[in-house]
Design a protein around this ligand. Structure first.
Ligand SMILES: Cc1cc2nc3c(=O)[nH]c(=O)nc-3n(C[C@H](O)[C@H](O)[C@H](O)COP(=O)(O)O)c2cc1C
Length: 311
C-alpha cells in the first residue's frame, strides 16, 4: 500500500506475524531502472517472506526491474493491474491494463523469463463497463497462459473516470462471490481474495472458497489483528504480547536512527498497535506527540509503553 507498507512498516508487521506474506508499496519499473534502487528496494532480511509490487506496461522494463528486485532477495514479484488513479492510468499502468490482456500477458511472460521466484498479478474484478464475468475470465485465461499462477483480486471493479483512488476503494460494491467463482472455474490457479476483510470469521469463510485472503486497511489500522490471524490460520503465534513487539521495535529504531532514519518514520506505523484495548488513546497520543520532535530517540517507544501500562 502506497505510503503505508514501506520497509519500516513491514518490519513492524513481521514482529507481529512471522508467517504472513507481506507486500511492498507499488513501485514503477521505470523508477527501479533509473532511481535509487537501495532506497526503493532495500529491505531487512527479517521481512521475509516479502513480495515487491511493480507497476509497468513495457515487457523489457518489467523484466529488468524484476531481475533487479529478485537480486535484492524478494520472494515474489507482483504486477499491479488494479490501481485506478488517474495519474497511473494516464501512464497506461495499473487497472486500465485489464483492457489489454495480451500486453499484460507479454509483460508476465517477460518477467517470468527473468526470475525464478513466482510472478503474480493483483487485479480487480473489472473496469468501468467491462464488469461481466466473461471479461474477468478472459483476462485471467490469457495472463495465466503466460505463466501467472496466482491472482490476487480486489473484489470491486475500478471506475477509471471521475473517482479518486480512495473512492475506488469504497464506492464500487464489493463482490466476493465473483472471486469465489473465479476459483471454481480456474481450480488450478491460486486465487487470493481482497477487499473489506476485517474479521477472523470472515477470513475463515473466504478460505473455504479460495486459497488466500489479502488484508489492506485492517492491517494498517489495527496491526495487532495480524497476531490473531497468525494464531488462527498459521498455528504458531508471533511475539507473545504487544509489549514484546514494542521492545523489538525499540532495538530496530535504535539501529535505524543510527543510519539517519527519523523516529517518526518508524513510529507512525505503530500508532494503532493498542487499538481496541485500554491505553490505546494514551499510546497513540504520547507516541504521536513525542516521536515527531528533532530530539526524539528510540526510548520514546519505552516511554510510550509506560504510558499504556499506567492506564
Ligand atoms: C493508502 C492505501 C494505499 C494503497 N496502495 C496500494 C498499492 O500500492 N498497490 C495495490 O495493489 N493496492 C493498494 N491499495 C489497495 C489495497 O491493496 C486493497 O486492494 C484495498 O484497500 C482493498 O482491501 P482492504 O479492504 O483490505 O483495504 C492501497 C490502499 C490504501 C488504503
Amino acid at each position: 500500500m502506497m505510503d503505508v507498507t514501506d520497509r519500516h512498516c513491514r518490519y513492524f508487521l513481521r514482529q507481529i506475524a512471522p508467517g504472513l506474506q507481506l507486500y511492498t508499496e507499488m513501485v514503477s519499473a521505470a523508477a527501479v531502472l533509473h532511481g535509487d534502487r537501495q532506497h526503493l528496494l532495500g529491505f531487512d532480511p527479517a521481512e521475509h517472506p516479502v513480495a515487491v509490487q511493480l507497476a509497468g506496461n513495457d515487457p523489457a522494463s518489467l523484466a529488468e526491474a524484476s531481475r533487479i528486485a529478485a537480486g535484492f532477495g524478494y520472494d515474489e514479484i507482483n504486477l499491479n493491474i488494479g490501481c485506478p488513479s488517474a495519474r497511473v492510468s494516464s501512464g497506461r499502468l495499473g487497472a486500465c491494463l485489464m483492457a489489454e490482456p495480451d500486453l499484460v500477458a507479454r509483460c508476465v511472460a517477460a518477467m517470468r523469463a527473468a526470475v525464478t521466484v513466482p510472478v503474480t498479478v493483483k487485479t480487480r474484478i473489472g473496469i468501468d463497463d467491462h464488469d461481466d464475468f466473461a471479461f474477468l475470465a478472459g483476462f485471467v485465461t490469457r495472463v495465466a497462459a503466460a505463466g501467472c499462477g496466482t491472482f490476487i483480486v480486489h473484489a470491486r471493479k475500478a471506475l477509471l473516470q471521475g473517482l479518486s483512488p480512495r473512492a475506488n476503494r469504497t464506492v464500487p460494491p464489493l463482490r466476493h462471490e465473483v472471486v469465489f467463482r473465479l476459483k471454481q472455474e480456474f481450480p488450478q490457479l491460486r486465487i487470493v481474495v481482497n477487499g473489506g476483510f476485517d474479521s477472523l470469521d470472515g477470513i475463515a469463510a473466504a478460505l473455504e472458497r479460495v486459497d488466500g485472503v489479502m488484508l489492506g486497511r485492517k492491517a494498517a489500522d489495527d496491526p495487532w489483528f495480524l497476531a490473531d490471524v497468525q494464531a488462527r490460520f498459521h498455528g504458531c503465534a508471533g511475539l507473545p504480547d504487544r509489549g514484546a513487539v514494542v521492545r523489538a521495535m525499540h532495538a530496530y529504531l535504535g539501529r535505524e536512527q543510527a543510519r539517519g532514519v527519523r523516529p517518526h518514520h518508524i513510529t507512525r506505523h505503530m500508532l494503532g498497535l493498542y487499538r481496541g484495548v485500554p491505553g490505546a488513546r494514551g499510546w497513540r497520543r504520547f507516541l504521536a506527540e513525542r516521536a515527531g520532535g528533532d530530539d526524539a530517540t528510540a526510548d520514546v517507544l519505552l516511554h510510550s509503553l509506560a504510558a499504556v501500562a499506567a492506564v
